[in-house]
Design a protein around this ligand. Structure first.
Ligand code: HEM
Length: 395
């Protein structure tokens, strides 16, 4: 599928079922993005209770700034960083809070182990694109999932179960509960029970969905801004002075380089789209976002290029279809990329999104590509990820 309108209809069609994660079963089999119909609707309704505007504002204004400062501080002191691992470390720290993975010891070693689980889970979810031995990798992911459970998930479940019991006994208040996915799921086990293995996959998925997509976007936004400023030196001051410039660059990056370049669905029935196009039951429908998001009718004659200053009709989202649409539309979109800033909006209470906030922090601290150490691509996957991206901080 290469047309925007057809893709929108496919995302919303109830007889088209998720197909993107069939190879990643070990971690993805029954997580929200892979459920369909009533099962998906119930899970989504439950998790939507957390993913509301007030929670995003609470994360962005109260919870995240300290984590961002704390994560970047050692690198500022060193004067350099490697963006791929830094981006994942930062986004993992934020996603751990959102998903409900505690780090009771707070030691670098503990974070390092969580990071190692996260990288294996990412490989598990994107197994279809893995270039090595897929069966061996799937077995490794399962082992890591069990180790993650023993080390991180079980203590996190226990802490929340105790808090919920104390809430029921009137010993603590709502404000004492963590605002995360794990708490929401545990609190509603009576209405929507989940086996522990399912809970484990869901939390591992949230950890990777929150961390990996945002970290990849973070890296690409940094790269695109470096390139834009090199070609438009007059815009260098905008990176630090115009608070919405970085957000526009983020939306433009996500349009051109979606975290997942394709959407994929199985036709559960024979289907006819409103323009007459037909799919037979069992067809696999592929939505090619790299073409759809570059439609010149919607994004202009220069749609192939990175241009944070493009003007768009109000109904055209600057990120195209990169957050999906319909029932599986990204639950973390506003958290990751904030809200689009429109004429008349007020900067003070504008939700910027964690990717723009993280990128802004880097530029506010004089981040530049390391002139002696060029970036390299990641050879272990067929997807276009950077493998290494050394940067320096110049004040
Ligand atoms: C730049 C960042 C992100 C991008 C580009 C992105 C992209 C997407 C896309 C394309 C989908 C739909 C998949 C489909 O329909 O096949 C999706 C779903 C989802 N995303 Fe994101 N995402 C991002 C950040 C996040 C964050 C920060 C979170 C966590 C809070 C998150 C959690 C989810 C979840 C749970 C779903 C499944 C929703 C459902 O099935 O109902 N995402 N995301």
């Amino acid at each position: 599928m290469t047309s925007f309108a057809e893709a929108q209809e496919c995302y919303r069609h109830r007889d088209l079922r998720q197909a993107l994660y069939d190879a990643g079963e070990v971690i993805m089999s029954d997580v929200i993005v892979n459920l369909h119909g009533a099962e998906h609707r119930d899970r989504r309704r439950l998790e939507n209770r957390l993913f509301r505007r007030d929670t995003f504002a609470y994360y962005e204004n109260s919870l995240f700034p300290e984590i961002i400062r704390g994560t970047v501080a050692p690198y500022l002191a060193d004067g350099h960083a490697e963006l791929v691992s830094f981006g994942h470390e930062l986004m993992m720290n934020l996603a751990a809070l959102t998903s409900g993975v505690d780090r009771p010891h707070g030691t670098p070693d503990e974070s390092f182990r969580l990071y190692s689980y996260l990288t294996t889970f990412i490989e598990g979810a994107t197994l279809a694109h893995y270039t090595g031995d897929k069966a061996a990798k799937a077995a490794e992911v399962q082992t890591k999932l069990e180790e993650f459970d023993a080390e991180f998930l079980l203590p996190a479940v226990e802490r929340r179960t105790n808090l919920l019991a104390r809430l029921a006994a009137g010993n603590v208040t709502e404000e004492d509960l963590p605002r995360d996915v794990l708490t929401v799921l545990l609190r509603n086990q009576d209405k929507i029970p989940m086996a522990h293995e399912s809970l484990r996959r869901e939390i591992a998925f949230y950890l990777l969905a929150g961390a990996h997509t945002s970290a990849t976007a973070f890296n690409r936004v940094m790269h695109n801004i470096f390139q834009w400023v090199a070609a438009h030196p007059e815009d260098e001051r905008r990176v630090t002075e115009d608070r919405m410039f970085v957000q526009r660059c983020t939306h433009e990056t996500i349009r051109l380089q979606p975290s997942s370049p394709t959407g994929m669905r199985w036709a559960l029935e024979d289907i006819t789209l409103s323009n007459g196009r037909k799919f037979a039951k069992g067809d696999r429908v592929i939505l090619d976002l790299t073409v759809i998001n570059r439609d010149p009718e919607l994004f202009g004659a220069d749609a192939e290029e990175f241009n944070p200053d493009r003007t768009l009709a109000a109904e055209v989202a600057p990120w195209g279809l990169s957050f999906g649409q319909g029932m599986h539309a990204c639950i973390g979109q506003d958290l990751a990329a904030g809200l689009r800033f429109l004429d008349g909006d007020v900067l003070d209470n504008h939700l910027s999104g964690l990717v723009p906030v993280a990128v802004q922090t880097m530029f506010d601290n004089g981040c530049r590509p390391d002139p002696d150490n060029p970036p390299e691509m990641d050879a272990s996957t067929t997807r276009p990820y950077f493998g290494r991206y050394p940067v320096v901080f110049v004040r």
